[in-house]
Design a protein. Structure first.
Length: 237
C-alpha cells in the first residue's frame, strides 16, 4: 500500500525570477505533506496507479508531474525515483529516520512516518556554467571558497551540499566548490506558512557568500500571490 503522507509540491524550473529564461533542472521547490487520501489531486493522479504498482511489486518513491487548471489535472510524466532538490526538502520535513522508513518500504511493511506540519521551501544556490547542462571552457566555479557569515550550528543543518569539499584547518573548516557544473548547495526551511518559510530560507541564504553565485528570490511567491487561491477555487486545496 502507500506508505507515509502525500507530498504536494510546486517546482520552479525557470532560470530567472518571474518564471523567465531557460528551463533548468530546478531552481527551487515549495512542498508540503497531506495525509488525506481523499485529496482531489491525489485521486486524479497517483491513486489510479496503485493497482498497477502493486501488480509489479513496486517499492519506492513515485511522483506524477502535472499541469493543473480549471479543467482538471493533466499528467506530464511519472518519476519512479527521488528527485533533487526535493529530496533535501523531504529530509527537512521528515522527523523519522530515513533508514527505518526505507527499510520498511523494502520489506513491504507499514510504517508510521513522523513528519512536520507546514510548508517547506528548498532553494538552489548555483553558479556558472548553470543553467547549461554541459561544462563550458573558461566558465567554472571549481575552487571558489564559500564563506559563512555567523551561521550557527543549528542553521548549518539546513544547508545541503552537492558540489562542496571541506578542508579542516587550524582556523576551522574551510569549504570550497569542488566541481564545475555549478550545482553548489541547497537551503531548506519548514514553517507554518509559506511566507514564514520564505523569510527563513532567504535570511539564511544571505549569510552565505560565494563569488559569482546566484539564486531565485521568488520561490513560493507565485503560490502566495496567485496559485493557492486558484487551487482552492478548483477544489485542489
Amino acid at each position: 500500500d502507500w506508505v507515509g503522507p502525500i507530498e504536494m509540491n510546486v517546482e520552479y524550473k525557470k532560470f530567472f525570477p518571474g518564471d523567465l529564461g531557460p528551463n533548468t533542472g530546478e531552481m527551487g521547490t515549495l512542498a508540503w505533506y497531506d495525509d488525506n487520501e481523499n485529496n482531489k489531486l491525489f485521486q486524479e493522479t497517483l491513486s489510479k496507479l496503485k493497482p498497477y504498482l502493486q501488480s509489479i511489486n513496486f517499492r519506492g518513491d513515485m511522483d506524477v508531474n502535472c499541469i493543473v487548471n480549471e479543467n482538471g489535472a493533466f499528467p506530464l510524466e511519472p518519476t519512479p525515483r527521488f528527485g533533487s532538490p526535493a529530496v533535501h526538502l523531504q529530509s527537512e520535513l521528515h522527523e523519522s529516520p530515513w533508514a527505518d522508513f526505507l527499510k520498511a518500504i523494502a520489506d513491504g511493511k507499514d510504517y508510521q512516518l513522523r513528519w512536520k506540519k507546514g510548508y517547506g521551501i528548498v532553494l538552489m544556490i548555483a553558479s556558472g556554467p548553470m543553467p547549461y547542462a554541459t561544462k563550458i571552457r573558461g566558465v567554472s566555479s571549481k575552487g571558489l571558497q564559500i564563506y559563512f557569515d555567523h551561521v550557527s550550528a543549528e542553521e548549518f543543518q539546513h544547508l545541503h551540499f552537492e558540489e562542496v569539499s571541506r578542508y579542516p584547518t587550524d582556523q576551522g573548516d574551510q569549504y570550497y566548490v569542488s566541481d564545475s557544473r555549478g550545482f553548489i548547495m541547497y537551503v531548506t526551511a519548514v514553517e507554518a506558512t509559506v511566507e514564514a518559510a520564505r523569510e527563513k530560507v532567504y535570511a539564511l541564504a544571505k549569510k552565505i557568500d560565494i563569488p559569482k553565485t546566484f539564486y531565485r528570490n521568488d520561490i513560493g511567491l507565485s503560490f502566495i500571490e496567485r496559485d493557492a487561491e486558484l487551487l482552492k477555487k478548483w477544489g485542489y486545496l
